[in-house]
Ligand binder design. Structure first.
Ligand SMILES: *Cc1c(COP(=O)(O)O)cnc(C)c1O
Length: 355
């Protein structure tokens, strides 16, 4: 019953095989190999336009490097209060941008609403030269609470951003889960809706360690070859990044893996909703479930060997609170989660709740 994170599993068999196959023979380093060219073509085909592609090994590097192209060091990046760039990268975005400031926007489910974005922009002081100007908006798809932004929602946010001359970044560590759930095309939910740069993740979805920074206007990423090198994120044996991404995309493997993880989360949420005393404030739209559990149910699950973490209650829907005898936890499913694990978790919770 492993629900701690989607990085607690290895890579998918197909990705692992591709890495082993890429091991044979000499190839040019630093991304000068044919497999890297093929990945660039694949991503251009997937997004239905020519894109600029820069692969790195972590999502934090992808986010920080991507944002460094969108704001000067004296700019502001707007993002959710509890977004990964804000809370989980130890000031990586500030470091890569040379000091830009992140300003958090609250919102249920770690989603930024159009109204909240407007409110924040309206409040920002604009005195020259004292106040830092906003240069970019970063949104996470799917969010840190397992929700998605619909095409309309991305369009609305990007529309406001563009009206204020902000560039739009999408943190897609779990982009696959969002696309699988929304059933939209990757183009529709990104550049057609106004996204300028995407951090396209494979690691959480079944890669080993590979994330691509995708520029929908390749000219915007023109200096990324140097930024990535300078930042220490150009992998010399780059073939191993290309092999992962190629296998991940091949034959819709990425969406197949994401659909499996999403279905496991839905099954888990449906099961937990039926357990007395357990509340599921968000219906999962990706691969995370964030139930509020009575403390004795949490203890019984832990005692039965389930692995998961407590989560924050800062972005719950209005009116939903966690009581003194309760805890909100994060349950993450993956491409490797089995129905047996899900059902055992639910049955353990149900047995503890009704005892
Ligand atoms: C995991 C994650 C990342 C990337 O994390 P790394 O550990 O740096 O690979 C970025 N954004 C979100 C929302 C994540 O969950």
């Amino acid at each position: 019953m492993f629900f701690a994170s989607d990085n607690g599993l290895g890579a998918s068999d197909k990705v692992m095989r591709a890495i082993v196959e890429a091991n044979a023979g000499p190839r040019l380093g630093y991304g000068r190999d044919d497999a890297t060219r093929q990945v660039e073509q694949r991503l251009s085909a997937l997004f239905e336009r020519e894109v600029g592609v820069y692969m790195v090994i972590t999502g934090s590097a992808a986010n920080g490097l991507a944002l460094s192209t969108l704001t000067p060091p004296w700019g502001i990046v707007l993002c959710h209060d509890e977004s990964h760039v804000m809370e989980d990268e130890c000031c990586g975005p500030e470091f890569f941008t040379g000091g830009a400031k992140l300003v958090g926007i609250p919102g249920a489910g770690a989603k930024i609403s159009a109204a909240a974005l407007e409110r924040t922009l309206k409040k920002l002081p604009r005195r020259v030269p004292h106040n830092a100007p906003a240069h970019a908006l970063s949104i996470t798809q799917s969010t840190e609470y397992g929700l998605t932004y619909s095409v309309d929602e991305v369009e609305a946010l990007a529309g406001i951003a563009k009206a204020h001359d902000l560039a739009v970044h999408m943190d897609g560590a779990r982009f696959a889960n969002a696309v699988a759930r929304l059933g939209c095309s990757p183009a529709e939910i990104t550049w057609r809706a106004g996204v300028d740069v995407l951090s396209f993740g494979t690691t959480k979805g079944g890669g080993l360690a590979c994330e691509a920074i995708v520029f929908f206007d390749p000219a915007r990423g023109a200096d990324m070859v140097r930024r990535r090198m300078r930042g220490g994120h150009l992998l010399s044996k780059h073939r191993f990044l290309a092999a992962q991404m190629d296998a991940f995309l091949d034959g819709g493997h990425w969406l197949e893996l994401a659909r499996h993880a999403n279905a496991a989360a839905s099954r888990l949420a449906a099961g937990l909703k039926a357990v007395p005393g357990v509340r599921v404030p968000f219906t999962p739209e990706a691969n995370g479930v964030f139930p509020i559990l009575p403390l004795h149910v949490e203890a019984a699950l832990k005692a039965a060997g389930a692995v998961f973490y407590p989560w924050s209650d800062r972005s719950l829907p209005d009116g939903v609170t966690v009581g003194p005898d309760e805890v909100i936890v994060r349950l993450i499913t993956s491409f490797a989660t089995t129905n047996e694990d899900v059902d055992r978790f639910v049955a353990t919770a149900a047995a503890a709740a009704t005892k």
